[in-house]
Design a protein around this ligand. Sequence first.
Ligand code: M6P
Ligand code: ZN
Length: 194
Amino acid sequence: MARMEPFASRIDLGAGTLETAAAIIQRKLSDMRSAYADEAAVEQILAAEGDRLIYEVRAAGIDEVEGHIPHSTTVIQPGRVGDEFHMTKGHFHVKRDRAEIYLCLAGQGQLILQAEDGTVRTVAMERGTVAYVPPSWAHRTANTGDRPFAFFAAWPGDAGHDYGTIEASGFAKILVLRDGEAVLVDNPRRGGRP
Ligand code: M6P
Ligand code: ZN
């Protein structure tokens, strides 16, 4: 591996964002149409109000290769699509035995994890929560609050992002607002995606 110069970044601890980022990815509703269970709600939002920013990832720009530790901040805007809270696309790691660590910096949310056999777990996150994604769990985060939800993430450089498995079948469960509470319910579209 080529020698790399040491460096430091700064995180705005109020907003929970990397102040300088080598790469910024914005995911809008139109980029993740199939991620939400309520297809009609997606189309209704797009028609009525146009596109919507769901989340932004600011990455430090570390090479995604073995030995490095890429890291980023993610900010998910508050809101819902139908009953379902705004969330990230979610992914497995290509190398399933690679873990990841999250530090919540602002807002409130939940980390939603799914094992290969469909088992789903959630971990509540608020400022100061360190959440561990063990090897072999797909992971997605959802904003359950009314302010932006921000967290720092770091993962092994050779982990890789496998989005296809989740895109193909979705998570087994979705996080929705029911009677004022965030609850996990069966995904009505699980396995039946076009
Ligand atoms: C965290 C990390 C990143 C990931 C981002 C958004 O910052 O897990 O690797 O890219 O969240 O999640 P996703 O890639 O699933 O949209
Ligand atoms: Zn990951």
